[in-house]
Ligand binder design. Structure first.
Ligand code: MLT
Length: 261
C-alpha cells in the first residue's frame, strides 16, 4: 500500500518583507511578528547601521537600502514576488524597491509614509540633524524625535511604549543616523510612479500622525490604481505599535483578500 505522510509547511504563506523607519529597528514589528505569522511569512531586517546590523560609512541611499533588502530575500531563497511593507522611511525604501525590482513585488503595505520628496527646507533640516548627531551624539536626535512620534494619548496611556520606542532609537548608530538622513534627503519624488503601481497596496496611517499628516496618505491612496486605505484612530506615526490590533486587522484583511489561496 502506498504510504503518504501528512504535513504542514508554512513556506506556502505569502512572504511579507517589513522595513522599519528611521531611526528605528526591526523590533518595531514585534507585535506583527507575533500576531500575523499564521497568515504570512514575515521577514523584518534591521537596515544597515540600525538595530543589530553593523553600520557602514555614510552616506546611504534608498537604492542601497533596497539592494540590501533584495539581497536578504535572495539569501533566504525568496526569489518570487513578496509583499513589501514599509513604515515611514521603510515606505520610501519600498518605493525604491518597486522601481528597482518590480518583478519581486506582489503588493505593498505603505504605513505612515508619503510619496513626495523632501522640500528644500526639509533637506536643510536633514543636514542640520546629521551635524547634531555628529557633534552632540545620537541621544539628542532620539530625544528630539520622541515627542513627535506618537499620538498625544499614547504618551499619556502607554508609558511602557514610550520607553520601548526611546530604547529602540537609542540603539541606532551615528553612522546609521547620518547615512539614513542623507538617503531620505536625496530620495526622489515617488508621486509620478503611483499610477504605474499595478499591484494591491494597503495604505495604513495613524489619524494623529504628527510627522506625516493623514491627508498625504489619503491623496497617495487616491492616486494608486489598486489601493485600500485604513486610517487608524488614536494612533500617531507608529500605528502598528500604538494600536496593534487595528493595524494587524488591516494587514490581515488585506492579505486575506489578495493573497490567501
Ligand atoms: C521615519 O519615521 O522613518 C522618518 O521620520 C521619516 C522622515 O523623516 O521623513
Amino acid at each position: 500500500m502506498e504510504f503518504s505522510m501528512a504535513y504542514e509547511d508554512t513556506s506556502d504563506r505569502v512572504p511579507v518583507l517589513l522595513i522599519h523607519g528611521y531611526p528605528l529597528s526591526n523590533i518595531l514589528w514585534d507585535l506583527q511578528m507575533g500576531d500575523l505569522s499564521d497568515i504570512a511569512r514575515l521577514v523584518a531586517p534591521d537596515l544597515r547601521g540600525h538595530g543589530q546590523t553593523d553600520p557602514t560609512d555614510p552616506p546611504y541611499s534608498m537604492g542601497l537600502f533596497a539592494d540590501d533588502c533584495a539581497n536578504l530575500l535572495d539569501q533566504l531563497g525568496l526569489t518570487g514576488p513578496v509583499v513589501v511593507g514599509g513604515l515611514s522611511m521603510g515606505g520610501y525604501i519600498a518605493f525604491e524597491f518597486a522601481r528597482k525590482y518590480p518583478e519581486k513585488v506582489a503588493g505593498l503595505i505603505l504605513a505612515a509614509t508619503r510619496a513626495g520628496a523632501d522640500s528644500a527646507e526639509v533637506k536643510e533640516a536633514r543636514d542640520q540633524a546629521a551635524g547634531v548627531a555628529i557633534a552632540e551624539g545620537t541621544t539628542v536626535i532620539a530625544e528630539g524625535m520622541l515627542p513627535k512620534l506618537l499620538a498625544p494619548g499614547s504618551y499619556e496611556n502607554q508609558p511602557d511604549l514610550v520607553d520601548f520606542v526611546r530604547e529602540m532609537m537609542l540603539e541606532t548608530s551615528e553612522d546609521g543616523i547620518v547615512g539614513a538622513l542623507a538617503a531620505m534627503r536625496d530620495r526622489p519624488d515617488s508621486t509620478p510612479d503611483l499610477t504605474a503601481l499595478q499591484v494591491p497596496v494597503l495604505v495604513v496611517h495613524g489619524e494623529e500622525d504628527q510627522l506625516i499628516p493623514l491627508a498625504e496618505a489619503v491623496a497617495m491612496a487616491a492616486a494608486l490604481p489598486m489601493s485600500r486605505l485604513v486610517a487608524i484612530p488614536n494612533a500617531g506615526h507608529l500605528p502598528n505599535l500604538e494600536q496593534p490590533e487595528a493595524f494587524n486587522d488591516a494587514v490581515r484583511e488585506f492579505l486575506e483578500i489578495f493573497y490567501d489561496e
